[in-house]
Design a binder for this molecule. Structure first.
Ligand SMILES: Nc1ncnc2c1ncn2[C@@H]1O[C@H](COP(=O)(O)OP(=O)(O)OP(=O)(O)O)[C@@H](O)[C@H]1O
Length: 262
């Protein structure tokens, strides 16, 4: 039977490929019997700084792992710059201009700060650092300067304080020249002044270089002044989205996540 031509069109709130630079639609990730991400849909707009928040175990890192190609989603779609990237592996996401940082830093301990930052600039075939060329070194020095490590380029990672390690992690991600950066708990373990300094750096990345940022963090004091908007999840599902002011005053968020203390 054909559809009634008089019937009003069915309203759909489904997100599509061009609703943002990064779009998720009904993203689901199961681990055995655990549903870590549950039909999650949201979009990230170009050059926005989006906070992606939720209590421990809400599914934030798993979402990042699906977006960056580390885990294949169980179902749903991910679009980046209008292209369906749902099942692409991490190196292909990096080639398309997406980078991420991890909660636990993973630098090469026997290499200097400069060499660690230069690594992503070197073609795979030339993985040995013996042959770093002038141009590569100049680019790596530029990234060191950008992340505030230009006075520590010859140190090894173990000589850096925690905030310096975070800057190195950021530098390694930025060396791939991303248009979008996923940051997993950048403020963890930082003092308030260090949080402010990293926030200034992140704002500079967006304002001067046009990098889109998605930031997961539990430090609301640091996060709320940084972000334009937040997406809140709980049990892998979307709980709320809005400006920091809207999120602060959302009764569901207060009760479910912020414990009324936001
Ligand atoms: N590789 C895995 N295998 C099995 N279960 C996993 C795996 N990774 C995550 N989970 C489970 O999925 C759920 C979501 O975890 P996830 O780490 O994504 O949450 P999160 O919001 O990032 O938490 P946190 O704020 O503590 O980092 C949890 O129940 C977790 O135990």
């Amino acid at each position: 039977m054909s559809a009634d031509p008089e019937a009003p069109p069915e309203w759909s709130d489904e997100l599509g490929p061009n609703d943002g630079i990064l779009v998720m639609s009904d993203l689901t990730k199961n681990f055995g019997g655990i549903t870590a991400v549950d039909e999650l849909s949201f979009a990230v707009q170009e050059e926005e700084i989006l906070g992606f928040i939720g209590p421990n175990g809400a599914g934030k890192s798993t979402t990042f792992n699906c977006i960056s190609g580390i885990y294949p989603p169980s179902s749903g779609n991910i679009w980046y710059k209008g292209e369906n990237v749902t099942d692409l592996p991490p190196y292909k996401m990096v080639k398309r201009g997406m980078a991420r940082t991890f909660q636990s830093f993973r630098p090469l301990e026997d290499r200097t700060v400069l060499q660690n930052i230069a690594l992503p600039l070197v073609p795979d075939k030339l993985f040995s650092l013996a042959g770093l060329r002038g141009d590569t070194i100049r680019k790596a020095e530029g990234v060191c300067e950008l992340v505030g490590l230009d006075d520590r380029m010859d140190m090894t990672p173990d000589e850096l304080p925690h905030a310096g390690m975070l800057r190195l992690e950021l530098g390694r991600a930025l060396a791939t020249n991303p248009d979008l950066l996923l940051l997993d708990e950048p403020f963890a373990g930082l003092s308030d002044p260090e949080v402010d300094a990293i926030s200034d750096l992140l704002k500079q990345l967006r304002n001067d270089a046009g990098v889109t940022l998605v930031v997961v963090d539990h430090n609301m004091r640091g996060l709320f002044p940084l972000i334009d908007r937040a997406v809140v999840i709980r049990f892998g599902e979307l709980l709320a989205e809005g400006t920091p002011e809207e999120i602060r005053s959302d009764p569901m968020v207060k009760e479910a996540y912020l414990g009324g203390g936001a």
